[in-house]
Design a binder for this molecule. Structure first.
Ligand code: PLP
Length: 455
């Protein structure tokens, strides 16, 4: 495609490096330029409207036109556009946000450390696991178990925790100290004839063998998303987290819950930890914390971990960690307003009212000839695209059928995301039943077009 000199597309191609993009293809294909948003919709520079079926990157919970968040940012910019939390400094937005977060968070979490992205929140969670174990005189207890298909970010360490080959290849990751456990998808990784309960027992058994092989005294933590998002929306089978937690308790291994996608209502409860009865030692949040209107993330820690940090900071003289923008007042003010809106409008109640419709439209796609499995919970879901439903065989990567289906869906005015062989959906939490219908009608059109190509 030829782009006119000085057009937006030509200027984009001349200057920008796009994350998660085939950089070479972009040189000719160019960008899809968005200009504005309204409710669950975004509009491109030709005026075409799209239903944002991914809420941006699993994150714009309140949709694209929430004036209260704009006003909160403006007020804070006018009052105090920047201040810091280093060296005993503080400000009201960070304090109030920490109070509110701790009041909402799963039980047992005691203190909040702010950062700016999900990757940073997980990175600092890992550092706190190491710091804590040094503090309590267990300096060998440092390895972290993460799962195949887990997604925890892209910084050097959070990218190492991520269990997706594309994030490691030629970036020379993972770095040391990361152990890999099974992905809990029965559909994708169950053996022929193996029931779901037997699958859970097998992968939890594998986890125990891994712990024993490595020596429990060298393992500090296990990190998991309650529902794996970027790994293809993997909802864990019944009993999985219960058995995993029993093992972790037996071997004195901390649980880090990565709530970056699940946090703030995505699974139908405030946190994925509530939906799956997880009792975490550390929780990381980002994305829906500010409805993604501004970057902010947080790492929440239990009382014993904070006591370890106190001990270390007495020893070292300072807790020598933090970002220039940790607890940025404008970001904190926007996040605080976001949490107030969730409460005042009973956003979780809304999710609970519309999620049965979302799940029933999602599961109805399982009848489509291209769909092997439809899976989801709350307002998140995915379909697995297969060439053969019976054998569950996927298409050759070169055929690009899932990407083709997502592209056709986009032409029908609905944004969904192809992730390997799956297509994922994660709309704004404010979506109505009529908009859910529009989303899945668009997806069905997209699947039909891809089917015509596949045949
Ligand atoms: N953790 C999870 C579960 C995520 O889904 C993501 C991003 O998609 C991250 C961490 C990383 O967050 P960020 O992209 O803000 O660094």
């Amino acid at each position: 495609m030829n782009h006119l000199p000085n057009s937006t597309a030509a200027r984009d191609i001349a200057t920008l490096i796009h994350p998660y993009t085939n950089l070479d293809r972009h040189m000719t294909a160019g960008p899809l330029v968005m200009t504005r948003g309204e409710g669950v919709y975004v509009f491109d520079d030709s005026g075409k409207r799209y239903l944002e079926g991914m809420a941006g990157l699993w994150s714009v919970s309140l949709g694209f036109g929430e004036q209260r968040l704009v006003d909160a940012a403006t007020r804070q910019m006018q009052a105090l556009p920047y201040s810091q939390l280093f060296g005993h400094r503080s400000h009201e937005p960070a304090i109030e946000l920490a109070e509110k977060l701790l009041a909402m968070a799963p039980a047992g979490l005691d203190k909040v450390l702010f950062a700016n992205s999900g990757s940073e929140a997980n990175d600092q969670a890992a550092k706190l696991v190491w710091y804590y174990h040094n503090a309590i005189g267990k300096p060998r207890k440092k390895k972290i178990i993460a799962r195949t298909r887990g997604y925890h970010g892209v910084t050097v360490y959070s990218g190492s925790l991520t269990g997706l080959p594309a994030n490691h290849a030629d970036f020379d990751l993972p770095v040391g100290g990361v152990l890999r456990a099974d992905c809990p998808s029965h559909y994708l990784f169950g053996q022929p004839g193996e029931g779901e309960a037997a699958f859970v027992d097998r992968i939890v058994g594998n986890l125990e063998q891994l712990i024993l092989r490595e020596d429990p005294e060298t393992i500090g933590a296990f990190i998991a998303e309650p529902v794996q998002g970027s790994g293809g929306v993997i909802v864990p089978p019944k009993g999985y987290f219960e058995k995993v937690q029993a093992l972790l308790r037996r071997y004195d291994i901390l649980f880090i819950a990565d709530e970056v996608i699940c946090g703030f209502g995505r699974t139908g409860q405030m946190f994925g930890c509530e939906t799956f009865d997880i009792r975490p030692d550390i929780v990381t949040v980002a994305k829906q914390l500010s409805s993604s209107y501004i970057p902010i993330s947080a790492t929440l820690v239990s009382r014993p971990i904070f006591e370890g940090m106190l001990e270390e900071s007495r020893k070292q003289g300072v807790f020598a960690h933090g970002f220039t923008y940790s607890g940025h007042p404008v970001a904190a003010a926007v996040a605080l307003e976001t949490l107030k809106i969730y409460e005042e409008r009973d956003t979780i109640g809304h999710v609970q009212r519309v999620m049965p419709h979302f799940q029933s439209r999602l599961h109805a796609l399982a009848e489509h000839p291209l769909v092997g499995e439809a899976r989801g919970i709350g307002l998140i879901g995915a379909i697995e695209i297969v060439q053969d439903k019976r054998t569950r065989k996927s298409f050759a990567a070169a055929d690009g059928i899932p990407a083709m289906a997502a592209a056709a869906t986009l032409r029908h005015g609905v944004i969904a995301r192809a992730i390997r062989d799956a297509i994922a959906f994660c709309p704004p939490l404010i979506i109505s039943e009529a908009e859910i219908d529009e989303l899945f009608d668009g997806v069905r059109h997209g699947l039909d077009e891809a089917l015509a190509h596949a045949r």
